[in-house]
Design a protein around this ligand. Sequence first.
Ligand code: FMN
Length: 178
Amino acid sequence: MDVLGVSGSLQAASSNLLVLGTVADRLPAGTAFHVFASTGDLPAFNPDLDVEPAPEAVARWRAELAAADAVVVATPEYAHSYPGHLKNALDWVVGSGELVDKPVLLITAGPGGGVKAREALSPVLKVISSDLVGAISIAAVRQKYDGTELVDADALALVDQGLAALVAAASARSTPEA
Ligand SMILES: Cc1cc2nc3c(=O)[nH]c(=O)nc-3n(C[C@H](O)[C@H](O)[C@H](O)COP(=O)(O)O)c2cc1C
């Protein structure tokens, strides 16, 4: 199974990147995981650019989503919503449909947990027909890490629960009932 991580934060020392590191550690053995290099490289969505061939960064984004069996989005809250580059990235796949029926786990992490980002992003993921299997928030995220290790038992349990739902949905999708 291939799982793609998408970070809503573009900064190198991102707590959401730390969370995606935890996701990598907690996925079942045999699951491949990598984080998409940068949604920040995508041009601003413009229907005039949404033609073949797609801009290179867009083609890469779509191809990596298409190749993934499931997706984990980890994002901070910016101005009571989620960062604009992430909305832009999602706008690029509204028409092309790479997230349709794709199992997605949403994690918001930040000082307050990014609850407003979760509330803003969940309906967007649903309206583009992804299979949103869970949406969890981790508050005071920096304090819950010892280096790169998530050491808070409640947060770990939430992540594990979310990943179990994600893996179950992706497995069911790859082996549909006859
Ligand atoms: C431009 C900007 C806007 C922010 N707006 C909010 C906000 O509305 N609510 C909130 O709880 N935190 C807000 N924050 C704090 C970030 O969510 C917090 O720093 C988060 O940990 C950043 O995630 P990262 O470490 O993955 O980059 C904001 C930070 C920035 C830089």
